[in-house]
Structures are given as structure tokens and as C-alpha cells.
Design a protein. Structure first.
Length: 126
């Protein structure tokens, strides 16, 4: 049994070591999807729609995340109760860093919570 485990370990380790010795990059960590749920924060102007809120910098920030390939899609809810963004990043720490850097969250116009999303059905999957 010990020999079988040792043999299996060698069969896995040798090809990986050879790839790295040849200068190949290690395999990229798989990305995960996270839902960021935005809700009105303490500086949200009551009685105003999402389009009347001070969220211009938030919109620019979302555009940059889209350009960088981190934001899959996002936008406000039609009832102006907040919004949602779906991001594809390495881990929960990176998703939380996106929220922490969001101008609307920093300015307390919006609150945001991060939820790891187990995507089961994906029309756009390759």
C-alpha cells in the first residue's frame, strides 16, 4: 500500500516539477464568482431614485472593474432599493477588497455585502 501511494505521488510530482523547471508558469488559481448586494447606506438620500443619488464615482469604479475583467455584470434594481454586482475573482478576500475600495461604500451612500455564489445554471458557460 505504501509503495502504491509513493508511486502515485511520484507520478503526479514529476510532471509538475518538469513543467516548472522548463519555465512554465504554475497553473492559475481557479476563479470564483461572488454576488455583491448593495443596499442604501446612511447617506442615501431618502425619497430619491438611484439615479438621483451621489453615485457617479461608484459608476466609474464599476466601469473600471468591467474593463479589468473582474465585473461580469451589475446594476441597480428598478425599484431603487439598491443593486447587485457579480464579480469573478480569486477568493473572498479579493471580493471584499472590491467592496472596501468602492467609493459609494466608502462615502456611506451604499452598504455592500459579499456572498460567494455557487453558480449551477449558466447560460453563458463555455
Amino acid at each position: 500500500m505504501k509503495r502504491a501511494i509513493l508511486l502515485l505521488s511520484v507520478l503526479v510530482a514529476v510532471p509538475l516539477a518538469a513543467r516548472f523547471a522548463l519555465g512554465e508558469d504554475p497553473p492559475a488559481k481557479p476563479k470564483a464568482r461572488f454576488a455583491i448586494l448593495y443596499t442604501p447606506g446612511e447617506k442615501w438620500v431618502k425619497g430619491k431614485s438611484i439615479y438621483e443619488q451621489p453615485v457617479m464615482e461608484h459608476g466609474k469604479y464599476m466601469g473600471k472593474l468591467l474593463e479589468d475583467g473582474k465585473l461580469i455584470f451589475g446594476g441597480p434594481f428598478k425599484d431603487s432599493s439598491g443593486g447587485e454586482a457579480i464579480v469573478e475573482v480569486t477568493d473572498a478576500k479579493e471580493a471584499q477588497a472590491i467592496v472596501d475600495a468602492d467609493p459609494a461604500v466608502k462615502d456611506k451612500v451604499m452598504n455592500a455585502t459579499v456572498h460567494e455564489w455557487h453558480v449551477v445554471f449558466d447560460r453563458y458557460a463555455k
